[in-house]
Ligand binder design. Structure first.
Ligand SMILES: *Cc1c(COP(=O)(O)O)cnc(C)c1O
Length: 430
């Protein structure tokens, strides 16, 4: 077998034993065509595929690797933890340390509980919100993704936007009957729903910086309206900070916006590349959780010592290296570098940015605030761009609806390399 065939061979074998050949749908390259690359290793800002080709990585595992691949401090922390044992099914010091860090960083979270994924964090936050309020209805927004729990797989973004599916098979109608879906950016729709059903609404959940349908930056007034209306009706406001938490600022989007939710969910960065999620909120709400309260929630590997060590080490790197300021600066630098290149493109392409999240929007009008679908022409263009970038050694997220994730490992030279590749790729596909 020649070197360039290993990914293709692995994919063929994977397709026989794994549905679609992947463990999570967007990885399959269906939105851009071709066969997925199998990644063998990563270091800093680069990944190497099974065929030995290196790429500048703009995905960073969809967010967790905010310090870059295999950061020495994170690897050392993981190695140290795992040599002491991988799991005990009993409390350990590392979860106390990480919980203390979350509580100190995120004022809305007076207490926090760890789980193993963002999906679980959201599922559990919703359950405790319903228990606390004694109400059933949950409000979400079209284009926001909150993981793959049944009752939230309604008008979600992420892989579902990519596939143009409004929902999923296998979810009984009864499971989503307690979910209400509203458009983003429309205060009137929120007010009207609460006027009609406010007494039954347990919680409103939103990504304060929606980052799973491109990057749909919201007006502050819209988010303030959510805070005001939920409070007025005795409903809870849940910020899903699985992407934004510990990325946009130490205190996540809540800190940047100056808006305090009742509950927040975390994932991705907080696990430093290991499977971790968390949810936190005001003490009286969190006190409803078993064993203190009547709301059951549990996990064999929750608070896992190796995963906690990776999260702690990642937060240490961010603190030590003024991570949040540096990531904002890197994002701004990239935006400035890209501006003249995008201006020269033969079709509309814009950067939409929040800190180190950078989306190349193919929308005519630039930065949409609601979950508008891209046309067939635009998604086809993105697919060509994706492959033109891959050919230049740059690994973009394989969907026009996904933002790029910058890490602390991206240097000025990396951003310049990315910009040059993008300029050439845009010219090639024009
Ligand atoms: C990724 C994501 C989730 C789901 O997290 P998983 O760890 O993939 O289960 C939930 N909410 C948001 C906002 C996310 O980006």
């Amino acid at each position: 077998m020649t070197a360039a065939e290993r990914s293709a061979d692995l994919y063929a074998r994977a397709c026989r034993v794994i549905p679609g050949g992947v463990s999570s749908p967007v990885r399959a390259f269906r939105a851009v065509g071709g066969t997925p690359l199998f990644i063998a290793s990563g270091a800093g800002a680069r990944i190497t595929d099974a065929d030995g080709r290196r790429y500048l990585d703009l995905v960073n595992s969809w967010g967790p690797l905010i310090a870059g691949h295999a950061h020495p401090a994170v690897v050392a922390a993981i190695r140290g933890a795992l040599e002491r044992g991988t799991t005990f099914g009993a409390p350990c010091e590392a979860e106390v340390l990480l919980a203390e860090r979350v509580v100190a960083a995120y004022p809305a979270a007076e207490q926090v509980r760890f789980v193993s994924s963002g999906t679980e964090a959201v599922m559990s936050a919703i359950r405790v919100a319903r228990a606390f309020t004694g109400r059933d209805l949950i409000v979400k927004f079209a284009g926001c993704y909150h993981g793959h729990a049944d009752h939230l797989l309604v008008a979600a973004g992420s892989g579902l936007a990519t596939f143009g599916k409004p929902s999923s098979a296998g979810v009984p109608r009864a499971f989503t009957e307690c979910t209400r879906v509203l458009p983003l950016d429309e205060e009137g729709a929120v007010e009207a729903l609460f006027a009609a059903e406010g007494a039954h609404i347990a919680a409103v959940i939103i990504e304060p910086v929606p980052a799973n349908h491109g990057l749909l930056l919201q007006r502050r007034e819209f988010l303030e309206t959510l805070r005001r209306v939920t409070r007025a009706h005795g409903a809870l406001l849940i910020f899903d900070e699985v992407i934004s938490g510990f990325r946009l600022a130490r205190g996540g989007a809540a800190e940047l916006l100056g808006i305090t939710p009742d509950l927040a969910t975390f994932g991705k960065v907080i696990g430093g590349g290991m499977p971790v999620g968390a949810f936190g909120g005001a003490r009286p709400i969190m006190a409803r959780l078993a064993p203190e309260g009547d709301t059951y929630q549990a996990g064999t590997l929750s608070g896992n010592p190796v995963a906690m060590a990776a999260g702690l080490a990642t937060l240490d790197v961010l603190e030590r290296e003024s991570g949040w300021a540096r990531l904002e600066a890197r994002g701004a630098e990239l935006e400035a570098l890209l501006e003249p290149v995008l201006a020269r493109a033969a079709f509309p392409v814009h950067t939409v940015r929040a800190g180190s999240l950078v989306w190349l929007s193919f929308h005519e009008q630039g930065a949409p605030r609601t979950a508008a679908a891209l046309g067939a022409r635009e998604t086809a263009r993105f697919a060509r761009l994706f492959h033109a970038m891959l050919a230049r050694g740059v690994y973009l997220p394989p969907s026009a609806y996904e933002a790029c994730f910058l890490s602390l490992a991206h240097s000025r030279a990396d951003l310049e390399e990315f910009t040059a590749a993008l300029g050439a790729a845009l010219a090639e596909i024009a």
